[in-house]
Design a protein around this ligand. Structure first.
Ligand code: SF4
Ligand SMILES: [Zn+2]
Length: 279
């Protein structure tokens, strides 16, 4: 178990050691323009890892424009290559439009904005990372995000939903699946905010206008009343009970989606199921 009482850079490096990130790995950093992914790119570059940036322009008006500007600035500062994926060009509509189309259909009703957006972004990332021959995808998920998700899964009575969680994707090995890493897994959101401000990194600090998930917001509000130590304890407990959680999870075989050919646990992947609903 990682000792979390260290400074941010030491925690970051220790997580990289734990997940065995290799300097030969080609890591694509999923840059959103926010403080977390920006910090991931900054530190991976600082510690000499081979990285390139990847940004999905979701076409969400001025918010997306600001994010794109911040990402361009960062990649220029770090002198790293930036790959852009414009969702309007590639998929014909903005994320807002795709999402509402899905939500207006009976099968898509009740699906949260971030749940839909998350599935679509993961699908794009894996496909594009494979095309770019990346060996890892790094995301900006932090201790608060992970503690919230773990806690929500516990409240839902489905701890097994956390079975693939961790600083590196577990339980998934497939030649078409690019391993995802979360170097900020053990680092608190407040520390990342302070760090990015101190380093004057180009970051969009405002929240995404589409992040409206009342359940997650309620859980987040509750968790914001906890101290960092308590949040760290949640994740320490997660690490402790992880072997049990894994036992709760049924053995799953990875297939390839019958429509798009991407790795999937079902015959049709989540992305194709959603997009079919939204058509
Ligand atoms: S906050 Fe939610 S809707 Fe906004 S970009 Fe992230 S996942 Fe998508
Ligand atoms: Zn599919």
């Amino acid at each position: 178990m990682i000792n979390i009482n260290m400074n941010l850079e030491t925690q970051f490096k220790q997580t990289l050691t734990k997940i065995k990130l290799n300097k030969k790995d080609k890591t694509l950093v999923a840059l959103s323009g926010g403080k977390d992914s920006t910090t991931v790119a900054y530190l991976l570059k600082k510690f000499g890892y081979k990285i390139e940036g990847f940004h999905i322009d979701l076409g969400m008006g001025s918010y997306s424009e600001k994010c794109l500007e911040a990402v361009r600035k960062l990649c220029k500062q770090l002198n790293i290559k930036l790959h852009l994926y414009d969702i309007k060009d590639e998929m014909g509509s903005s994320m807002c439009y795709i999402r509402s189309a899905i939500q207006t259909e009976a099968k898509g009703k009740g699906l949260k904005n971030c749940a839909i957006c998350g599935v679509i972004k993961k699908w794009i990332m894996n496909k594009e990372a494979r095309k770019l021959k990346a060996t890892k995808i790094a995301t900006g998920h932090n201790l608060d995000d992970e503690a919230q998700t773990f806690f929500m899964n516990m409240l839902k009575g489905s701890p097994q939903l956390s079975a693939n969680s961790g600083a590196i994707t577990r339980n998934v090995k497939d030649k078409k699946f690019v391993t995802r890493i979360k170097p900020l897994f053990y680092i608190a959101e407040n520390d990342i905010r302070t760090f990015s401000q101190k380093m004057k990194l180009p970051v969009v600090y405002e929240h995404c206008p589409c992040a409206i998930d009342s359940y997650r917001i309620q859980v987040r509000q509750f968790m914001n009343t906890l101290s960092t130590k308590e949040k760290e304890n949640i994740m320490k407990n997660f690490d402790k009970i992880f072997p049990l959680i894994q036992r709760l999870k049924k053995e799953e075989k990875l297939n390839y989606c019958e429509i798009c050919g991407e790795p999937s646990r079902n015959k049709i992947c989540r992305m194709c199921q959603l997009v079919k609903v939204g058509k």
